[in-house]
Ligand binder design. Structure first.
Ligand code: CTP
Length: 399
């Protein structure tokens, strides 16, 4: 719930501005109060009247408004909220924010505020991919601005790709996380999840049966405790967690790169079923059936992401959690895996077919730590995730 929280919502000038009307409703349903601000461009897409009616408060539009300044100066206005949300954050607004321009009310408030700022970018895919936008995005992240979306999808301009504003409920989830006072507030946690796909040629790949369900549940549970979660996922079936930074990858090497880029973090949870090997020289063109015989695939070893992060001399997370899927001698195998990889905990499970765990909704795990092994009763993957998130919070709280 967001009862008692006030959000300063800055609506930028993009077609996605219409989604803000729904966003305002969803936030108010959860008890939040909204102070709406619109840029001139935003008024081309939604009317101040609609925004004011849904927010139940007047819309602030002008920097040089004597009446408003007499009631509440713009500096004060910038500080009344618990969170400033910019949605849609257009390429223009992001550029102005990153460079400290303050030529209108919206950008002046953003410069003057001492409140955390969140942006929900929305723009054409080429504008999003443009080096200038990516540079501005990095600057804003370094400045401590949190980012929700954008998503991949069909765009109003007819193109397809990243640039679509996050859906209102995703923005609500991110806002709830930002305003949660859970035990992991202010902590950064990385979660890997799903399978990896290792290409054989442009149309074929080697994969595994991981659904990503446990990884998604863990990311959601960590977020619910207030963590700032980066979720690096292979092509998994499971729905993506909400309110977290989702990075989609295909292969183990892409996952490795995304993980290294996400560091430093306070804790890393490596729930992905990473392929141990890739095809050494994947073909650039489709391998054809020939009379000459069968193709021979040679393998190369993938980077062991968990082992590398566990054994980092500098910048190692305070807590590194690995997973082990075993079919025999679960405790013995997982205990030696913990030592071999150098991680702090191993979440081990028995994935023999008769357990029905792989691809199912339940899990029965053994937690291996330096204190030995601990059997957890069989429970749903969501319950496992919550119990693990509580353990992580307790560990980081003590460290
Ligand atoms: N892992 C990783 N990078 C890899 C391989 C595995 O980060 N290239 C991580 C997984 O995310 C998981 C743990 O390491 O946390 C699993 O270790 P792994 O050696 O792959 O275990 P199994 O697949 O169970 O392997 P083994 O054949 O050794 O039983």
């Amino acid at each position: 719930m967001l009862t008692g929280k006030r959000i300063l919502l800055i609506i930028g000038g993009g077609i996605a501005a219409y989604k803000c009307l729904d966003l305002i409703r969803r936030l108010r349903e959860r008890g939040a109060a909204i102070t709406p601000v619109m840029t001139r461009a935003a008024e081309q897409f939604v009317t101040p009247l609609s925004v004011a009616a849904l927010a139940g408060e007047e819309v602030h539009r002008d920097l040089f408004d004597l009446t408003k300044e007499a009631e509440m100066g713009h500096i004060q206005l910038s500080r009344v909220a618990d969170l400033v949300v910019v949605a849609p954050a257009t390429a223009d607004l992001m550029g102005k924010m990153a460079n400290g321009l303050a030529g209108d009310l919206a950008t002046t408030l953003l410069m003057a505020t001492d409140t955390p700022v969140m942006i929900a970018p929305a723009m054409n895919v080429r504008m999003w991919d443009h080096p200038a936008t990516q540079r501005n995005l990095n600057t804003l992240k370094v400045d401590g601005v949190s980012v929700v979306g954008p998503n991949d999808g069909d765009m109003a301009c007819g193109e397809y790709g990243p640039g679509r504003m996050a859906e209102p409920m995703e923005i609500v989830a991110a806002i709830q996380t930002a305003l949660t006072d859970g035990p992991l507030r202010g902590r950064k946690v990385l979660v890997t999840s799903g399978p990896t796909h290792e290409p054989i040629d442009p149309v074929r790949y080697i994969a595994n049966r991981s659904s990503g369900a446990q990884g998604t549940a863990i990311a959601n549970a960590l977020r619910a405790l207030g963590a700032d979660v980066t979720f690096v996922t292979g092509p998994a079936e499971a729905a993506r967690p909400t309110g977290v930074d989702v990075i989609e990858v295909q292969s183990a090497r892409e996952m490795h790169e995304a993980v290294i880029n996400a560091l430093p973090v306070d804790a890393g949870v490596f729930a992905a079923a990473v392929a141990d090997w890739r095809v050494a020289s994947a073909s650039d063109s489709k391998i054809k059936k020939t009379k000459g015989g069968l193709p021979v695939l040679e393998f190369a070893e993938n980077p062991d992401i968990l082992a590398e992060v566990s054994q980092m001399d500098e910048g190692r997370p305070d807590l590194v959690v690995g997973f082990a899927a075993e079919t025999d001698d679960v405790v013995a195998n997982a205990t030696s895996k913990r030592a071999r990889k150098g991680c702090d905990w191993i979440v081990a499970n028995d994935v023999s077919p008769e357990t029905g765990i792989m691809g199912g909704s339940e899990n029965a795990i053994v937690l291996i730590s330096e204190d030995g092994s601990e059997d957890w009763p069989r429970m749903s993957k969501d319950e496992v995730a919550r119990a693990l998130a509580d353990r992580i919070a307790a560990y980081l709280g003590d460290s």
